[in-house]
Design a binder for this molecule. Structure first.
Ligand code: DGY
Length: 429
């Protein structure tokens, strides 16, 4: 039975965070439009306010660059106390920049999946026809401008593109970056959220340094790949991309559009995926550092994401679940984890229970992974994850992330995608 109190509280969060053309991910901490947040928010909205859901997607697509990139942030409302402010990106130096202020990088491409999902419960055929060319353009950009080695895998040039900014997966790559001649900047994020729940200053110095490299390259896509000191192929991003290609393809079929190009992207990504990411000895998927030329052998929840994409074989799925999910290595004996799934394994020395992507539970990962678990028939595990997510939200509110030891909330309050996913998870009951 649907918990109607939780449902109406979730709807109230999405109403309160309405900023007109878009929804703020968090009222103070994130006052602009973020790419994958916005897509997830649209899904939540679609259950009770379809026009606003479609407006959300339209305004995100409104930030699309001429070459196809849909950026990670769109600044519809000018500067705020959020850093980086729109001017910091200097995107006007790129011939590809759109007419609206945006960041100069992208984020996990979940939008096509969300559009298809909305269409499945509430047909939006007219909207599909409008949105499809933009989605196709973005995917084409990901599979070409971001395919550095002809593998069909997309690469990332900034940790923010991964959506998992300060994940310990990036520690080695970040340690190789020397942030020299940094432009002046002031962090805004620690004004609203406890510094212990946000990335370290050393991460921010490198985040800023990378933006400075991109500004100097005027966002020329090939110069970015050549010059970015951070260049990785990421399991989470490519799993989301592959699944979104599936969904884009289904939309193409429905619209009578050709599918050959999408088939080609999927075939090459699938053929390369295991060789690049699967570690047969450990039974885990690891990201790949293109600058170092080696896998990033850090144990995080992202290792399970090929389940969501349907890219794991049954044997790989079995190993992931029986060797890792049900049997996690625990090297931090004082931290008893009661909630799943921790973003970072406790086996990792960089584990921190309350710091951003260093340990906490995020509802988005739980939602993606519950989907992946169900896909491989692990229905009880999926249901346990769904229930635990709802319990966390019921107990601690719509927080950005949660401490896996006691379930207390961390980061932004009134967080939009936690509200949107609560609506989605309740509807799935
Ligand atoms: C932030 O500011 O923390 C965002 O994740 C960057 O996109």
């Amino acid at each position: 039975m649907i918990n109607s109190d939780l449902l109406s509280r979730a709807q109230a969060v999405l109403r309160a965070n309405n900023a007109g053309a878009f929804t703020q991910p968090g009222p103070r901490q994130y006052p602009h439009q973020w790419n994958w947040d916005s897509a997830v928010v649209a899904l939540g909205l679609s259950h009770f306010d379809l026009p606003r859901a479609l407006a959300e997607i339209r305004s995100l697509i409104g930030g699309q660059w001429r070459d196809g990139m849909i950026p990670h942030v769109v600044y519809h409302t000018g500067p705020s106390d959020y850093f980086p402010d729109p001017g910091f990106w200097q995107i006007e130096n790129s011939p590809n920049a759109p007419g609206v202020a945006t960041s100069g990088i992208t984020q996990p491409p979940i939008l096509a999946t969300i559009v298809r999902r909305i269409h499945a419960h509430t047909p939006i055929s007219g909207f599909l026809r409008q949105a499809y060319p933009s989605l196709l353009h973005w995917h084409r950009w990901l599979h070409t401008a971001r395919d550095v080695d002809g593998s069909g895998l997309a690469c990332l040039i900034h940790p923010w593109e991964s959506g998992t900014d300060d994940s310990p997966r990036w520690l080695r790559a970040m340690a190789c970056i020397t942030p020299i001649d940094l432009p002046a900047y002031r962090r805004g994020d620690t004004a609203h959220v406890a510094p212990g729940e946000r990335p370290h200053d050393t991460d921010y110095e490198r985040f800023v340094h990378l933006i400075d490299v991109f500004r100097r390259a005027r966002y020329d896509p090939s110069a970015l790949l050549a010059r970015s000191p951070f260049l990785v192929q990421d399991v989470l991003f490519n799993s989301i991309l592959y699944r979104a290609d599936d969904d884009l393809r289904a939309l193409a079929v429905e619209l009578g559009e050709p599918t050959g190009e999408i088939d080609h992207w999927q075939r090459s990504l699938r053929e390369r995926f295991d060789a690049r990411f699967w570690d047969e000895a450990r039974g885990l998927y690891f990201d790949y550092d293109m600058r170092v030329g080696a896998p990033i052998a850090v144990n995080t929840a992202m290792a399970f994401m090929p389940l969501y994409a349907g890219l794991a074989s049954d044997i790989q799925a079995h190993r992931l679940i029986y060797e890792h999910w049900l049997n996690p290595v625990e090297y931090a004996p004082d931290d008893v984890v009661r909630h799943q799934i921790t973003t970072t394994s406790k086996a990792e020395p960089a584990w921190e229970a309350r710091r951003y992507w260093r340990g906490p539970v995020w509802i988005i990962l739980n939602w993606l992974l519950a989907d992946g678990l169900r896909r491989y028939g692990f229905n009880d595990l999926a249901e346990a994850l769904r229930r635990d997510s709802l319990e966390l939200i019921t107990r601690s509110g719509f927080r950005e992330y949660y401490d896996p030891r006691d379930g207390s909330g961390c980061g932004s309050t009134d967080f939009s995608w936690s509200a949107a996913l609560a609506i989605e998870l309740l509807n799935a009951s």
